[in-house]
Design a protein around this ligand. Structure first.
Ligand code: HEC
Length: 254
């Protein structure tokens, strides 16, 4: 209500009500007009809440795309794009406006800090958009599988380099995963073999994630791995003794 109406004592209560009614009507017209203008401009109903949906994808095709995309912008982008690009085609909607190149930062365990393997970060981004909170459960199982499995498994049609050794990292950390493998293979970070190993692992993670998403799509996904922090009393990887030796500290209960 405008100051002018409020501050004039001689305005009757009836006049005030009429005034208020006119203003409300005016506001409604104005806001209707604004909505039209905004929707004509192509904006803006705000962020689209997740999940944005998922349709079954062919894991082999997704893996092939992840391998190729690794050579465009590395691990995190490779896995995220291999799943999100086909969903843009199959589902469209909000996926059309998602700039997947924003996820390049996950390379080298997040800009080279050797933390979470970028392939797993990419998987988490894809599962979150596709499956929302359920996507966390899918990611949990993908991470457990990653540490337990001898990788890489994927055999590229057009390999960029030969990769001889496989290893189970027993850790989702980039530093540990790539470090153990580099030692076994006897190669440097900048070698074409190391690059191809990481590209193949992107393909493996993309394949596994798609398999689990496909189960989720038909209501068939049940998480295998329990909650890490629930199990240990501290958010953690499983490889306690690799870092702590035999004296693994006991977290406090309460
Ligand atoms: C990647 C290496 C790494 C792994 C794997 C790891 N920790 Fe730790 N943890 C550390 C470091 C470094 C600290 C920092 C404190 C320190 O120096 O002990 C720490 C701290 C802790 C603490 C708090 C400090 C204390 O003394 O109470 C607990 C409890 C703990 N870890 C338990 C575990 C358990 C249980 C596991 C396995 C389920 C585990 N950690 C796996 C590296 C690791």
């Amino acid at each position: 209500m405008s100051k002018e109406i409020m501050n004039t004592p001689e305005v009757s209560r009836r006049q005030m009500l009429v005034g208020a009614g006119k203003m409300a009507a005016g506001a409604a017209v104005l806001s209707a007009g604004l909505t039209t203008v905004i929707s004509k401009a192509g904006a803006d109903t705000g962020p689209m809440p997740t999940p944005w949906g998922y349709k079954k994808l062919d894991p082999q095709k997704v893996a092939d795309a992840a391998y190729e995309n690794w050579y465009k912008a590395y691990c995190c982008y490779a896995v995220a794009s291999s799943i999100l690009d086909p969903l843009r085609e199959k589902i469209g909607g909000p996926y059309k406006h998602l700039p997947v190149q924003a996820f390049i930062f996950g390379h080298g365990g997040t800009v080279g800090w050797g933390t979470l393997c970028g392939t797993l970060m990419g998987a988490g981004l894809a599962t979150s958009f596709a499956a929302g909170k359920k996507g966390e459960e899918i990611l949990n199982d993908v991470i457990a599988w990653y540490g337990d499995t001898e990788l890489p498994i994927y055999k590229p049609k057009n390999p960029r380099a030969q990769v001889i050794n496989v290893n189970a990292s027993e850790s989702p950390l980039c530093h540990i995963s790539v470090g153990k493998w580099m030692k076994k293979e006897g190669v440097a970070l900048k070698s074409k073999e190391r690059k191809d190993r990481c590209a193949r692992i992107a393909a493996d993670v993309a394949y596994k994630t798609t398999e689990l998403l496909n189960k989720y799509a038909v209501g068939n996904f049940e998480m295998d791995n329990g909650s890490q922090s629930g199990e240990y009393g501290i958010p953690s990887q499983n490889s306690c003794t690799e870092c702590h030796g035999e004296n693994v500290p006991e977290p406090k209960d309460a």
